[in-house]
Structures are given as C-alpha cells and as structure tokens.
Design a protein around this ligand. Sequence first.
Ligand code: PLP
Length: 363
Amino acid sequence: MKTAGQIVDTVIRPEIRAMGAYSVADAAGMIKLDVMESPYALPDWLAREIGDIVARLPLNRYPVPSLTRLRALIAATMGVPAGCDVLCGNGSDECIQYITAACAREGAVVMAPAPSFVMFQMHALFYRLQFVPVTLRPDFSLDADAFIDAMARHRPSLVWIAYPNNPTGSPFAAADIERIVRAAPGLVVVDEAYQPFAADSFMPRLAEFPNLAVMRTVSKISMAGVRLGYVGAAPEWIREFDKTRAPYNISVLAEAVAIKILENKHVIDEQAARVLAERKVVSDALSGLRGLTQFPSAANFICVRIDGPPGAGTAVFDGMRRRGVLVKNFSGGHPLLQNCLRLTIGTPEENRAMLAALSASLG
Ligand SMILES: *Cc1c(COP(=O)(O)O)cnc(C)c1O
C-alpha cells in the first residue's frame, strides 16, 4: 500500500508542494506590531450593542448572499461613486482570489510591482497564471516607464498595485498609477488597504477609467478580526467577479458586526486618526536613531533597513523579540528587502516600547 505522502506527491502540483503556508508568528505575551492591526479595541458601549445584536441573529439561517444592506453601507461610508458596484470578500485576500479566478484565462499574465503584497503572486500561482513582477527602484519608488514597457511585452490581463505599497509603505505617485492604468491592456486593481492613512485614493475616480477596480479592507481600521474586504468597480466587472464568489462567504456574524461598526464609523475613524498622528511621532524618533534608514510611509507602518551586512536585520529583529516586541522581518524574502523590518504603528505606549527595544537591539 502506498503511503499518504507518496499519493500526495502524485496528486498535488509540485509548485504547491514547494511552497510554505502563509506563516504568522506566535505573538503570545508580546507587544504585537507585526501585521498592521489597529491597536485599539471598540469602546464598551459599542461592544455591548454588538453583543445584543449578535444574540438575536438567526444563526440557523444562511446569510442572504446579496448582502444588499452591507454593500449599500460600504458604498455610502467608503465613497464608492454612484454607478459603481461593490463586491465583498471574507477579507480582501478573498477578493484577490475571486478576481484572479475570474481573470484566469489560459495563458493569461498577472503583473505587479515587487516587492509587494505576496497574495497577488500566490493566487496567480493557484490559478496557473503567469506572474510577472516588475522590480521597484532600490528606494522602493515605482518606475512607471519600466512597468509600462513590461506591460507592452507581457500584455497582462490583470495588474495589481498596492497603493500605498506593502511592505514598503511607499505612497507611489498618483500620476504614475494613472499612466499605468491608461496603458494597461486589461484590468488594473489598485489595492488601497492603507487608504485611511494615505493622502490620496482612486475610489472617487473610478468612472474615469473603464479598466480600473479599487480594493480595500477594514482590517487596518480596527476590524481585522471581522474579515471584510471590498472592491468597487463598474457593475460589468463586479457582475463577473461575483460569479466566482462562494455564495455565503460573509457570515451573518461578520455582516451584522460590520454594519453596526460602519454605522458608527466615527469611532474607527478617530482610532485611525490617532494611529496616523503616532506615525509622525515614530518617524521623528526613528530619524534620531543611528544604524538604520527609514523609508517614506503613507500607511500605518514604517519600513526600515538596518545598516550592516546580511543578517544585521535578523539580529535586530531577534533582539527586539527577546525584549518582548514582535515586528516583521523581511530578510530572506525579496532581495530588495534585505535587512528590512516593518514596524506597525501601535498605541503611544507600545510605540515607546518598540523604539526602546529597537534602539537597544541596534547596540
Ligand atoms: C493587509 C492587506 C490586505 C489583506 O487584507 P485582509 O482584508 O485582511 O485580507 C490586502 N492588501 C494589502 C496590500 C494588505 O496590506
């Protein structure tokens, strides 16, 4: 009889077997500044109202797949222009899956700047599409001419641009994104996961570009645990993406909780504003530290490069972890991210502890 491992080797595609699962570090007992969550919980009054709502939900029933009320509320509170429609995902990670699935024609090409959000490439691989990364400049700025040249060669069906970029925080220039959207032969999805911390957005401009979709998430604004992402685009696009969606992908729990929080959006807006103000405090403090370079950020994190030979970044990451602070280490990933750490902005107290741990670990 064959072993499970032997059968797996014949059934599972080699490229899947070769990958690692998306890894999330254990943060028990640590100051957790690794994955861009909001550091703020909901106020008690809102948490209690949510509790009452959840207690009355008909959990024996499936969610209503059309999500009419949630989608209308997202459109109204998030500035989706009239005439555009909304797709909801169980996190925007799931929206990436749906859009990739819908675009997965035989031989289609997916492009994105690199380094950027890894799920763009992962879903291209899952759906057997060719992924063509276009490397950022060493200062993490976008070379729009190189990107447009590469599009002319590879004719991508689908282009992803995280705006601002993750894990670098780079704002990119709106004019560059606009040129790429105009030159693209297919769909461009601008991923605005960090829009609440950025100066600019393409959501209000959707009607200008027939090949543009704008994706966002509530994960970075106090709702990471809810799992809700959304895409705004022309109804012609949303209609097609929606066919690849699992019928009941948003649970009644997530839907009801998201509706209640979005009806009180001022609460999470105020929390995001506090994080944004703290980004400046952290950035100013980083400017005073020797032994690292910080990169401009329009997000709720700052990417820094530790000076020194390969391994210097990991040594500082380990030093911070020993001091009880978990950040994200990018050494061993994309070559441009050698010695880079990504510091999520937390509460003022957490940030002080993070900066102290960083400073001590720099030696
Ligand atoms: C965090 C993040 C996402 C995924 O967010 P979820 O909605 O939590 O799945 C998507 N894109 C970028 C660029 C992100 O940083």
